[in-house]
Design a protein around this ligand. Structure first.
Ligand SMILES: Cc1ncc(COP(=O)(O)O)c(C=O)c1O
Length: 260
């Protein structure tokens, strides 16, 4: 506990200057440069190779977040798309999203063929649970709360609404990477969570994203949605085919993120 704030003459907590510029990239230094150079020198650039940097980052985030599965993709938008696909959301379904968010939240719902239904926010900056309940119809399949500006929304009340109406929750944590709600990482409370690791985020590899979940079915369908060639690498599920887009990421990302 600090006795006196620095502005009142106390000892400053940060002594070597607050980084300027964009959050993640502002801390890039020789640690990241050396780590990326090592990956290039190793020539181990394949996502599925034994010692792949992508697999390492997925393992690190499984341990950090305390979830069972984590899938690295190339953006926060594709992380949400993969999570929704993983949850079986598709044409004819409605997904409730907040009126205050980045366009990618609603765009991801449209990308899977579902309809984004906009609900009000409240002073949490996130979804107003009362308005969410008003927006539920026979077609509603999921709620997509967004934790804006690093502030977790009203997670408990949204979970209550979801449970009462048998809806899934996909948490857009793109602006709240590493944020916690009552001691739990945001994104680990609903059915799946999504991070963005883009230029503006607190840890950044320029572009990147992560889907994480405890649910193997969601993870598996997300993985297949991220890479239509997945059956070639997951031999025991070779009969499973999902033709879609490719949202894979390059191995340079992990050393940058892990340094940060
Ligand atoms: C709330 C929110 N959701 C989704 C995204 C999409 O992330 P990305 O730009 O990595 O696709 C962003 C990005 O800024 C965001 O702020």
């Amino acid at each position: 506990m600090i006795e006196k704030l620095a502005i009142d003459g106390g000892d400053p907590v940060v002594t070597d200057g607050i980084p300027k510029g964009m959050h993640g990239p502002s801390v890039i230094d020789e640690q990241e440069t050396n780590a990326v150079t090592k990956v290039l020198e190793s020539q181990n650039l394949f996502r599925f190779s034994d010692n792949s940097e992508v697999l390492k980052f997925e393992q690190e985030t499984v341990e950090l977040l305390g979830v069972k599965h984590s899938l690295m993709v190339n953006s926060g938008t594709s992380a949400i798309i993969c999570a929704l696909t993983g949850g079986g959301i598709g044409p004819g379904d409605e997904v409730i999203v907040p009126g205050y968010t980045f366009i990618a939240t609603a765009a991801a719902v449209v990308a899977v063929g579902a309809v984004p239904v906009i609900a009000e926010i409240d002073d949490s900056l996130g979804l107003d649970p009362t308005d969410v309940e008003r927006k539920i119809t026979l077609h509603t399949k999921a709620i997509l709360p967004v934790h804006m500006q690093g502030v977790p929304g009203r997670v408990d009340q949204i979970v209550d609404v979801a449970n009462q109406h048998n809806l899934q929750i996909f948490e857009d944590c793109c602006q709240c990477v590493g944020g916690r709600y009552r001691g739990r990482f945001v994104g680990t409370i609903g059915n799946a969570g999504a991070w963005s690791l883009n230029f503006y985020k607190v840890i950044s590899t320029g572009e990147g994203g992560l889907v994480f979940t405890d649910d193997y079915e969601i993870y598996e369908r997300s993985a297949f949605a991220s890479d239509p060639a997945m059956p070639m690498w997951v031999k025991d599920r070779a009969e499973y085919i999902q033709v879609g887009d490719t949202w894979m990421t390059a191995p340079f990302s992990r050393p940058v993120l892990s340094s940060q």
